[in-house]
Structure formats: C-alpha cells, structure tokens
Ligand binder design. Structure first.
Ligand code: NAD
Length: 351
C-alpha cells in the first residue's frame, strides 16, 4: 500500500530477479522465448514509428555502461546495461541490467524490472528470430563458441524457434563448456562438448559466437566458414570488441538491427562506413530478402538494440496481472496537491 494514501499512480510495479524467475517458470522457458520473439517481431514490423538512437555508452578500460532509450510515441522505455568481461574472474556477471517503461503522456513510470535474465532471454529470442529468416532451411546443428551466461539461452531459443536439434559447444575455459552441457541436459537437445572451435563448427549449419573479450579477437577465421552457413555473432558489441575475421564479413550478406549503432559497435566496425547491410526489420516486413540461396553466407551482426528491450519490458508488463509476480514500489513523490511537495514533507516530519 502507498503509505501516503490511495494514490495508486505513484506506486510502480517492480519485478525483481526472484519475480522474473517465477514468471519464467510459470510460463515455461521455451514458451516465453517464443512469446518474446513475437513481441520483438511485432515492434520490428512498426519500426518506423519508434524514436531511434545509438545507445549512449560510457567506456572505461574494463568495460562499458550503457543507456538504451526508445519510444513508440505512447510508451517510453530504457535499459541500463553494463558489459565488463573481466567481471567473471571476480565472480560477477559480465552483463547486468535493469529497465523502465513509462507513460509518454504523463512521464510516470509504469514498470521497473530486473533485466539481466530478461536480456539473456530477449537476446536469444532476437537471435533465433533472425535465424528463422536467414539460416539455411533444414538447419539442425548449431555450434556455440563462448559458453558463458548467454549460451544456454541461445541454445534453447534456437530449439524453440529455429528447429535446432543438436548443439556443439566450445569455450577456452572447459569449465564453462561443462556448465553449459550440464544445464542443457534434459533440454531435448543433443549436446556435444568440443575441444576447439574448429571441432565445434564441424557439420554445423549455424554458428553462434558469444564470447566476451574486450579486444578485436578472431574467434572465427576465414578458412573455418564454408558456403551456406548462418553466423549469429552476438559477442562483439562495443568499439574495439569484435569476434570475426574481416575476410568473413567480406564474403557474407550482413544483417543488423539498427545500422547507425551497429556500425559503431558490431563486427562491421571493421568495414567501410558505406559497406551495404540490411536492417532486419526490412526482412521481417518483406521489404528486403533474407536468405536467397543455399551457398550464401548470412551474418546476423547482433549488438542488441533498444527496441528489443522495449518489447521485452512490454511483454513483462503484460504478464503482471496473469502471474502476480511483482511488488509495488513507493517510487514517486505524488502529493494530493501536486504543488504542495514541501507540505507533504512537513506532514511527514518525525514527531
Ligand atoms: P560471459 O563472460 O558469461 O561468457 C563469455 C564466455 O566467452 C566465457 O565463458 C569465456 O571463457 C569465453 N571466451 C572468451 N574468449 C574466448 C575465446 N577466444 N574463445 C572461446 N571462448 C571464449 O559473457 P556473456 O554474458 O555470455 O556475454 C557474452 C558476450 O555477449 C559479451 O561480450 C556480451 O557483451 C555480449 N552480449 C551481447 C548481447 C547482444 O544483444 N548482442 C546481449 C548480451 C550479451
């Protein structure tokens, strides 16, 4: 209850990490990934309506802290997210996040939510949505290079949305691969733990890279990628942080979320600013083709864009009544007489 009276508007639903996990299990992981993908697709289909800007990044030697805002004119959303590859060694997450959704007409927040788990879910849903349009038909095997926090979410999303049946895992740290293999036991996926990235990509029609390293790493070299493969490169998402050798990019048809942001942060920071890329919304609306033939290499250069987080928050807002997993936060000072903010403070002077 609002300690100052019944002004419900000043109480903001808050979804904690614990609530988020309950929401996920009430709905089911695979079903939630499918539903999240549908929300993202719905928003990508009305792409032109949204305010769009590359995210606002504060870089340091160790990582980055970013704000990701957008609005569809009626609802505004933003995410706070960090990326600190060295955190893992100190027992912390590389990526943590929270987000807010607000009414544009009043500016009042309607939801505040944890987004560390939600980001992993939306990133996986986004990757699988892209693969549905770009991967070769009948692709059943995916390699995942980088078996950290994002890995299992990716695997399950590709099973639920893109027909993947087998996943081949590789990480420089074998403990990460063992963790991912153990977590995916019972998922219905056929899991193979591999000793190198070359071994992992053997027979894979889809290759996901989700490594974390703040440098221009070469996770995949040109000779490793044959014709017809779909690449889902999501780990390189900052200036100076990439995963693929430039020559792979030159042989690929490249698909991105929002080109102005991806040119700064994605694999394509290695290419000329004029190198042609297709924004995925164009494929989803039928304005541009996805995969055209069996020999084409398609690359989804995913960095994560604000509209995906907006969609994910919108989805969580729509689950609140259904699941009841949230609390009201006393977040906004909202006196009965809007101009009497000081009077409200006086009335609450401790006696
Ligand atoms: P994480 O730190 O939990 O896992 C990264 C893994 O990569 C680690 O297990 C590490 O051992 C492994 N790795 C590092 N260098 C490697 C190499 N050369 N070969 C193989 N494995 C290697 O991080 P995470 O949360 O899983 O995120 C992975 C990456 O994805 C990060 O860079 C993050 O910024 C990015 N990310 C992107 C999006 C997006 O929307 N595109 C969303 C979330 C995270």
């Amino acid at each position: 209850m609002n300690p100052r009276g019944p002004g419900l508007l000043s109480l903001v639903p808050f979804v904690s990490v614990d609530h988020m996990m309950r929401i996920v299990w009430d709905i089911g992981v695979e079903r939630m990934l499918v539903e999240l993908a549908a929300y993202i697709e719905e928003d990508f289909r009305r792409w032109e309506l949204f305010d769009k800007t590359p995210r606002i990044a504060a870089h340091s030697a160790e990582g980055v802290i970013e704000l990701m805002p957008t609005s569809d004119g009626a609802t505004y959303g933003f995410k706070y997210v960090n990326g600190h590859p060295k955190n893992a060694a100190a027992g912390r997450q590389t990526v943590t996040a929270f987000g807010v959704l607000s009414h544009v007409d009043s500016g009042y927040p309607m939801l505040i939510s944890e987004m560390t788990i939600l980001t992993a879910l939306r990133t996986a849903a986004m990757s699988a949505l892209a693969a549905r349009a770009l991967a070769p038909p009948g692709a059943r095997t995916m390699a995942i290079v980088g078996n950290g926090a994002q890995c299992e979410f990716q695997a399950v999303a590709f099973k639920a949305l893109a027909g993947v049946e087998a996943v081949r895992l590789y990480d420089v740290d074998p403990r990460a691969t063992r963790k991912a293999a153990a977590n995916l036991k019972g998922s219905g996926l056929d899991i193979a733990a591999c000793g190198s990235s070359e071994e992992a990509i053997l027979g894979a029609q889809i290759v996901t890279t989700c490594t974390a390293d703040k440098r221009n790493a070469t996770i995949l070299t040109d000779n490793m990628i044959g014709p017809g493969v779909h690449l889902n490169a999501i780990g390189g998402d900052c200036p100076g942080k990439t995963e693929l050798h430039r020559d792979i990019l030159l042989r690929s048809d490249i698909f991105v979320e929002y080109a102005p942001q991806t040119r700064i942060e994605g694999e394509i920071q290695q290419l000329d600013a004029a190198h042609p890329v297709t924004e995925l919304w164009q494929v989803l609306t039928g304005e541009a083709p996805g995969r055209r033939d069996a020999r084409q290499i398609t690359l989804f250069d995913g960095v994560g864009f604000a509209i995906e987080d907006f969609s994910a928050l919108r989805y969580i807002r729509d689950q609140l009544d259904r699941t009841g997993h949230f609390v009201h936060l006393d977040l906004l000072a909202d006196p009965d007489d809007p101009r009497d903010l000081y009077g409200m403070l006086l009335r609450h002077r401790p006696r």
